[in-house]
Design a protein around this ligand. Structure first.
Ligand code: ARG
Length: 604
């Protein structure tokens, strides 16, 4: 059977595939519009399921809006003529109301030309809908997302940027799709370093109020220097670790003081970054201290942990390197201490049992891939993870300097996140003052903030997260190209159009006419929003949304160049239709940027 499943922005079709009957099915995950609630009746065309493909957007109107190349691949495998197969597929396609024309081209490409009335109607509905006609998923999941998760001993540095902003974008997308998102900031708030830090707190007689947030990094350095130079201090620091672990009240209080300050600093960064993490989302490593013996005991009881010179390790068949050498996960050291992985296992257990996670995402550097693999495999082997629960390490590459080496200060030190963000805002402020000196001081500051922070975030989010990327101030702050300022400017331009039209963007309703090709292309691009948002929710790659928004802005610029809106001589119906297209564009840009955690401005 051919069964067309439409990922459809034009109707209320569910974005999940329907249950698969035991026949050949073709899922067309693309935003076509359909009159019949998402599925076109099955029909026989004899193509094996393994060969089915998703139709591609052509981007070139002469080849139709969508192209289906399944006949070519099928022909090879089936030893049949591709045009014949294409013919038989086309005969079984029922695209009434969806496509105005279906053509077989060349050796057997199927070109689908969408119906302009249907497109226009869908844009009208999109503009009428408060959610841009993007329905919530029919099967919401409880998704636990581990992101940001800095170590609290030190100040947040650039190494924490990627997890924080990529994780936040995906959290926002999943929430918007209707999933129940539980954010988990798995901060590193435990370990030997804290002995040193509380010894320093005490030695300096520093009362908590006097320890300035800005000094966190300096404080760490001071403690470390003290530790290295003074044997007595070092001994005390070690003692404090033991006392801390034993629950000594005085040590705990000092530790608490330090953690509180460090968390306050992290929170300040989150506010500056316009990230949605809240203090209540913090559940640090220390929260799992009491579970660790139990985790080890359960793994032992399950026969998974092996002793090796007093240490305990988990060996699993699937945990081997390329040569078949085992890559065990150590869960307890010879001295009885627990490790990063033990805590992660406890956290995973907590997420499944207490948070009732149906899906767990981890936004962590790619260099921790083996670690995540070990944790996931061990938790599954222990039977803690129901089979249907997805565990996904959403890995990302490294942020590099303009020299292609890991991003560092000129002196070779780590770059504090707060300094990086402040510099972004300062650079943006200079740009704004230059480009629009007429804005009031207050307005200039707001624009600088949104543009500077937006630029940093967007430069990161627009890269395929698994790759490394080079940090480049000039590129990210450019008003041309795939950047935040370009998109923010496109938005502001539409806002200004509406000010001149003395019309409200949100209340702008009606049916566009789509007579000019650039209007049609803009409409199609607008309607693809749904497909892209779902895609980001499934795979966790925000760059797909960035690319989409960039293309949308480009489609808009082309439309705006070709289609006058407020000029005299434009008929009222045409003017309304074009305003609707502009309003829908601004709304999608605004929502898209909002999902990325980037602000838009009415004036720039
Ligand atoms: N604190 C760790 C680091 O800075 C990251 C923690 C990531 N999350 C986790 N569940 N392991 O490297």
């Amino acid at each position: 059977y051919f069964f067309l499943f439409f990922f459809c922005p034009f109707c209320s079709a569910s974005p999940q595939p329907p249950p698969r009957p035991p026949h050949i099915i073709i899922y067309l995950f693309f935003p076509l519009f359909c009159a019949s609630g998402g599925a076109v009746p099955p029909a026989t065309a004899g193509v094996p399921e393994a060969l089915f493909q998703v139709p591609q957007w052509t981007g070139r109107p002469q080849f139709g809006d969508l192209q289906l190349n399944v006949a070519l691949a099928a022909a090879k495998a089936m030893g049949r003529n591709p045009r014949e197969i294409a013919q038989s597929i086309v005969e079984h396609l029922d695209l009434a109301g969806l496509a105005e024309k279906v053509e077989i081209a060349g050796p057997g490409f199927i070109n689908i030309f969408l119906d302009s009335h249907g497109l226009a109607d869908a844009i009208r509905r999109m503009q009428e809908s408060t959610r841009l006609d993007l329905d919530a998923v029919t099967a919401p999941q409880r998704v636990v997302i581990d992101y940001s998760s800095p170590n609290l001993a030190k100040e947040m540095h650039v190494g924490h940027l990627r997890s924080t902003i990529i994780g936040d974008a995906v959290a926002r997308v999943l929430e918007f799709l209707g999933h129940q998102v539980v954010r988990q900031n798995h901060v590193g708030d435990w370990g030997t370093q804290f002995g040193m830090l509380i010894a320093e707190l005490e030695a300096g007689g520093v009362n908590s109020a006097a320890l300035q947030l800005a000094d966190l990094e300096g404080f760490y350095r001071q403690a470390k220097a003290h530790f290295d130079a003074d044997a007595e201090f070092a001994e005390r620091a070690r003692q404090y670790v033991v006392m801390l672990q034993a629950g000594d009240a005085k040590c705990l209080a000092l530790w608490q003081t330090f953690i509180g300050l460090s968390l306050q600093h992290a929170d300040e960064i989150y506010r500056k970054l316009h990230v949605s993490l809240q203090p209540a989302d913090t559940r640090g490593e220390s929260a799992y201290n009491d579970d660790l013996p139990q985790v080890v005991a359960e793994l032992e009881a399950a026969g998974l942990a092996r002793q090796d010179q007093g240490a305990r390790l988990v060996y699993l068949d699937e945990l081997v390197d390329g040569e078949g050498n085992p890559l065990p996960l150590m869960i307890q050291k010879g001295d009885g201490g627990y490790l990063y992985g033990t805590t992660d296992l406890a956290a995973l257990r907590y997420r499944i049992r207490q948070l009732r996670a149906e899906r767990c995402l981890y936004f962590i550097d790619a260099r921790q891939s083996l670690h995540m693999q070990q944790v996931f495999a061990t938790a599954r082997a222990a039977g803690w993870v129901p089979a249907q629960v997805e565990l996904l390490h959403c890995a990302f590459g490294t942020m590099l300097g303009e020299d292609g080496k890991p991003f560092k200060t000129r002196a070779g030190g780590t770059v504090k996140l707060v300094d990086l963000l402040d510099e972004a805002v300062n650079r943006a402020a200079r740009l704004v003052a230059e480009k629009n000196p007429d804005l009031s001081g207050q307005e200039q500051a707001e624009v600088a903030e949104a543009v500077g922070i937006g630029a940093i975030k967007y430069a990161d989010l627009s890269r395929t997260r698994t790759n490394d990327y080079s940090f480049d101030w000039n590129q990210m702050l450019s008003f041309e190209g795939n950047t935040a300022p370009y998109l923010q400017y496109a938005y502001a331009r539409i806002a200004s159009l509406f000010r001149r039209a003395e019309a409200s963007m949100d209340a702008c309703e009606g049916q566009p006419e789509l007579r000019h090709e650039s209007e049609r292309q803009l409409a199609i691009q607008l309607l693809r929003f749904r497909e892209v948002v779902h895609q980001v929710g499934l795979r966790g790659y925000p760059h797909e949304l960035c690319n989409y928004l960039f293309q949308l802005a480009s489609c808009f610029m082309s439309f705006y160049e070709h289609c006058p809106v407020l000029q005299p001589g434009v008929e009222p119906a045409e003017r309304t239709g074009r305003l609707v297209l502009a309003a829908a564009t601004a709304r999608v840009l605004g929502k898209g940027l909002d999902l990325l955690g980037i602000r838009t401005l009415e004036r720039m």
